[in-house]
Design a protein around this ligand. Structure first.
Ligand code: ZN
Length: 150
């Protein structure tokens, strides 16, 4: 399967059936969240995280947006769950490089996130793909915040 097929299949699949969609119920444990907005496209997301020390124990999202923003958020939640903050930061670095460098090759550690390289063909949509990651960072850093890609 080449990257174009991977892009189409993964984005369609995760848009149609977003993983980890819905809020985290705050059953006594502390849940941090942040809202993200991409005014260029109209995407809006809220990302919820529950930390156990430095580790992302649970991560979920709600919101509405284009297929790329929804699929990217879904892929993000799958990729970061169970990782510690430092690993999440490294992964976002990789994803960001993949999205913004035309010659960046997806490495094996990216897994399904490699499909996001297809977004490079649509530079106006890169912010759709990074919105969930920026929103995750805000949720991790400040507990509750609103971020905008502008
Ligand atoms: Zn979008």
């Amino acid at each position: 399967m080449d990257l174009k097929d991977l892009y189409r299949d993964v984005i369609l699949d995760h848009n149609r059936q977003p993983r980890n969609f819905g809020p985290i119920e705050a059953d006594g444990a502390e849940v941090q969240h942040a809202e993200g907005h991409n005014p260029l496209c109209g995407d809006r997301l809220t990302v919820y995280v529950r930390l156990n020390g430095e580790r992302v124990e649970d991560v979920r999202f709600v919101g509405s947006g284009c297929a790329i923003s929804t699929a990217s958020a879904s892929l993000m939640t799958e990729a970061v769950k169970g990782k510690d903050r430092a690993a999440v930061a490294r992964l976002f670095d990789r994803v960001h490089t993949l999205l913004t460098h035309a010659d960046a090759e997806p490495d094996a550690q990216l897994g399904k996130l490699a499909a996001l390289s297809g977004v490079r063909e649509f530079p106006a949509r890169v912010k759709c793909a990074t919105l969930s990651w920026h929103t995750l960072n805000a949720a991790l850093e400040r507990g509750a915040a609103t971020v905008s890609t502008e």
